[in-house]
Write a protein that binds this ligand. Structure first.
Ligand SMILES: Cc1ncc(COP(=O)(O)O)c(C=O)c1O
Length: 395
């Protein structure tokens, strides 16, 4: 008999995908250029030229048997070495090859990190607003995802609610900064407080509580700011990184787990990930993207369009009277809807060919997300539609 749980999951549609499909279908009717599609977080700028050159060079000049052969289960050793060296140089923590495990994107990294530090029945806490895919990433391991309600004034961590939810079953805390969907960067103050609190809880409950830090947007940050690196604040940190957004490579499925060298069992967690892979069929990502990203670790795509789009949209939303926290990074903005029911709000927006995502699934009902990884020209053309929508429906 087929597995009923997965069969039932077929009925639970992913709202982002549903809206994106709607946008495509509407595009076929009126021309996609006339649909203001703010649904998907798919990078809108090409990857760095040096990445393309690296792929070409690898295929033209390297031994085909090496390029296309199985790579080691932890990832290619030279790649892990390069990642460790780059992190060490950038963040000053003494990473070594043994702390790095190559994965298929951040999704693959989180799948391994959660399994490495929990057993079924354990709890993993995350903070709203959160990326809805954390539900399957965590719950499919047998651990249970618990979501702390948002602190809506700035979308930093809501410590009052967090402390109420903490208990001895919590083995890991999952954070995401810069954040999808709020665009907020966790401040040093937030990370210091989080670290102090987790250390107190580790003592109280007599076991480690790992911080799993999901960082696909680490490089997409605005106003010349620097994103505080969570592992610098808390030793039991497992960093989950992805090149999907910084290098615009979501289709290549490439990222890594980096275990803080000071973490408990730091010398074996990456090795354990190799064992976890055997069970979940995710044995190391393809060789070419691994080798190619290792040549461009300190580069990004030209990400400037995201800041331009953030500036345009933030100003317009504020002018139109929205309550909105200014994003410090990513390519998302997360305003409060103009009526309590954000699903109804986003449905009305569709009549103006504005595709906005209601935030119930992000753990913040009443808000909506706009993914502004689209051309600036289209953002500008969407503004009259946005004004018309607000003025017609809400004034
Ligand atoms: C917060 C967050 N985490 C993880 C992922 C998964 O990224 P990847 O493509 O690297 O698997 C995404 C993708 O959108 C994301 O937004």
């Amino acid at each position: 008999m087929i597995n009923q749980k997965y069969k039932e999951m077929l009925n639970a549609k992913n709202i982002i995908r549903v809206l994106s499909e709607y946008a495509t279908a509407r595009g076929e009717e009126i021309g996609y250029e006339n649909v203001f599609d703010y649904s998907l977080g798919n990078p809108s700028v090409p990857c760095a030229d040096d990445y393309t050159r690296a792929v070409i060079d690898l295929h033209e000049h390297e031994d085909p048997m090496a390029i296309h052969g199985y790579s080691p289960s932890l990832g290619n050793t030279s790649v892990r070495e390069a990642v460790a060296a780059s992190l060490k140089k950038r963040f000053g923590l003494p990473y070594e090859t043994k702390h790095i495990f190559m994965t298929s994107g951040a999704a693959g990294a989180i799948a391994h990190a959660v399994r490495a530090v929990t057993v079924p029945g354990d709890e993993v806490i995350t903070f709203a607003p959160f990326f809805p895919e954390y539900n399957p990433y965590v719950n499919e391991t047998g651990a249970i995802l618990k979501v702390v309600p948002p602190r809506t004034e700035d979308f930093q961590i809501n410590f009052t609610e967090f402390e109420k939810m903490m208990n001895e079953k919590v083995q890991a805390v999952l954070i995401n900064s810069p954040n999808n969907p709020s665009g907020v960067v966790y401040s040093e103050e937030t990370l210091e407080r989080l670290s102090m609190y987790l250390e107190t809880c580790e003592k109280k409950y007599g076991h480690e509580i790992f911080l799993i830090s999901d960082e696909p947007y680490r490089e997409i940050v605005f106003d010349g700011a620097t994103v505080p690196y969570p592992a610098k604040y808390y030793k039991n940190t497992i960093t989950c990184y992805s090149f999907s957004k910084s290098l615009s490579l979501p289709g290549e499925r490439i990222g890594y787990v980096a275990v803080n060298p000071a973490a408990k069992d730091a010398d074996i967690i990456a090795l354990m990930c190799g064992q976890i892979s055997r069970g979940i069929g995710h044995n190391c990502p393809s060789s070419t993207p691994q080798l190619a990203v290792s040549r461009v670790l300190d580069q990004t795509s030209d990400l400037s369009v995201y800041e331009t789009n953030r500036n345009i949209l933030y100003k317009e939303l504020v002018d139109l009277g929205f309550t909105v926290v200014k994003p410090g990074g990513t390519f998302y903005i997360f305003p409060k809807a103009l009526e309590e029911d954000s699903v109804a709000f986003c449905n009305k927006a569709k009549n103006y060919d504005l595709i906005l995502v209601p935030a119930d699934g992000f753990g913040a009902p009443g808000y909506f997300r706009m993914a502004y990884c689209i051309d600036t020209e289209k953002v500008e053309r969407s503004l009259p539609a946005l004004r018309k929508f607000v003025n017609t429906e809400y004034h």
